[in-house]
Write a protein that binds this ligand. Structure first.
Ligand SMILES: NC(=O)N[C@@H](CC(=O)O)C(=O)O
Ligand SMILES: [Zn+2]
Length: 435
């Protein structure tokens, strides 16, 4: 099978866009050059001068299967991600049943093998039932294919359990991935504690609810030597203490989500569930600290925290709605439009944060668009704008405050192992070749 992607532009190391043709053969990048004889190819994609990058990697998505398939499934969630240009996604274990035994974990793995349209790596939980009481069988789950261990959705509430989990994970050479939230500091909060929460008359969530648990964990990570990864960092204090820990040599990495980079609590237009996520949109200073954290290397990567819920669940006020917004289908586009077109970030940096670093920090093979790298690729139409239209989402859910936003970078193609899984353009894309 020989496939040519003609009229491509790739980012070269000096952040320039370079016109090339890409030859894909037997699932890998076979050659990159100026001109190939078109007669040699079984299939030709015309990238029309648009940007071709390695497929994006998202280390934080919620696919909701098993247990909550009315919100999303492995199939719809992986389709949504492929539409966003993601070729690898890592799925959270806040499912029902929680995949906390080898048998339950293998069941999820089987569903993934059957239904996923891109590479889906499944997290196992840190503790049974996500309750901070009893550790899972890490070695067994690792052998069954666990990508890393996390209780995402809730924090690990006691230092002792976290310490034991980290010690075990260090032995198993797997990361502990932490949603940090001290429930004793939550006080029923639903949005960031500040002026906007007061205006809306809603209970606030302090930044310290997140950062105090990160502080605890950083010291435990230092003690155990584990790779400790912090989910969806949202506050300036969290960035500050992670920066200090990195400087002290602690093996810590972390992620930030597009919504925390783009929005602050002041932007919350109304008391509606589409603005509610965990951690919450924080203050302008926090937003600035997150951008600075990416730029100085404190924050390693961008993840979406794609958190689908049903329309009925989210179409309620802050007190009633569950936490979470969808993000897979327009994450690159949000970042590109907001930060690359305004020259806050370079395209090269964004690819570093959305494709290279997330793979590298977790020890996955890194796609550098070199010969022999897997043909996991995305083509983005960076020259034309489109509008975020929730009716066209492949996700089952549409809960996001970004509906109606004008963005650049619509995904024209996504290829997984050399096969086209998504073909877009003219806002009327379609799914192709779904495995
Ligand atoms: N982020 C959210 O607001 N919600 C996530 C859980 C999580 O990632 O913490 C969910 O599962 O819905
Ligand atoms: Zn979380």
């Amino acid at each position: 099978m020989n496939l040519l992607i003609k009229n491509s532009r790739i980012i070269s190391h000096d952040n320039q866009l370079t016109p090339v043709q890409i030859w894909v053969k037997d699932q890998v990048i076979h050659a990159i050059g100026e001109q190939f004889d078109e007669k040699t190819f079984d299939q030709i994609i015309d990238a029309k001068g648009q940007l071709v990058t390695q497929g994006l990697v998202d280390v934080h998505v919620h696919l909701r299967e098993p247990g909550f398939t009315y919100k999303e499934t492995i199939k719809t969630g992986s389709q949504a991600a492929s539409r966003g240009g993601f070729t690898t996604i890592c799925a959270m274990p806040n499912l029902d049943p929680v995949p906390d035994t080898v048998e339950r974990f293998k069941q999820v793995q089987n569903s993934i093998a059957q239904d996923a349209v891109n590479h889906v790596l499944q997290y196992a939980p840190i503790t049974k039932g996500l309750r901070s009481e009893e550790l899972v069988d890490q070695a067994g789950l690792k052998d069954a294919g666990a990508f890393a261990f996390t209780n995402d959705g809730v924090g690990v509430q006691t230092a002792g359990i976290m310490y034991l989990a980290m010690k075990e994970a260090a032995k198993n050479k797997r990361a502990i991935v932490a949603h940090t939230e001290d429930e004793s500091l939550l006080f029923n909060g639903v949005m960031h504690k500040g002026k906007r929460a007061e205006e809306l008359g809603l209970p606030g969530i302090m930044s310290a609810t997140e950062s105090s648990q990160i502080a605890r964990d950083l010291l435990l990570a230092e003690e155990t030597g584990v790779h400790y990864h912090v989910c969806h960092v949202s506050s300036k204090e969290s960035v500050r203490i992670i920066r200090q820990a990195k400087a002290a040599g602690v093996h810590v990495t972390c992620e930030v989500c597009p919504h925390h980079l783009l929005l602050a609590d002041d932007d919350i237009k109304e008391n509606h569930g589409y603005w509610k996520m965990n951690p919450p949109l924080r203050a302008k200073e926090d937003q600035a600290a997150l951008i600075e954290g990416l730029l100085d290397g404190t924050i390693d990567c961008i993840s979406t925290d794609h958190a689908p819920h049903s329309f009925a669940e989210k179409n309620q006020d802050f007190l009633k709605s569950p936490f979470g917004i969808v993000g897979s289908e327009y994450a690159f586009q949000l970042i590109y439009t907001t930060f690359v077109k305004t020259e806050v970030f370079t395209l090269e940096q964004v690819i570093q944060w959305m494709a290279i670093n997330p793979a590298e920090i977790f020890g996955l093979p890194v796609n550098r668009l070199d010969i022999g790298d897997p043909a996991d690729l995305a083509v983005f139409d960076i020259d034309h704008s489109y509008t975020v239209d929730e009716k066209k989402f492949l996700s089952k859910a549409e809960n996001t405050p970004f509906i109606g936003k004008k963005l650049f970078g619509d995904t024209l193609y996504t290829l997984v192992d050399g096969k086209i899984v998504w073909q877009g353009g003219n806002q009327n894309g379609s799914l192709v070749n779904f495995r």
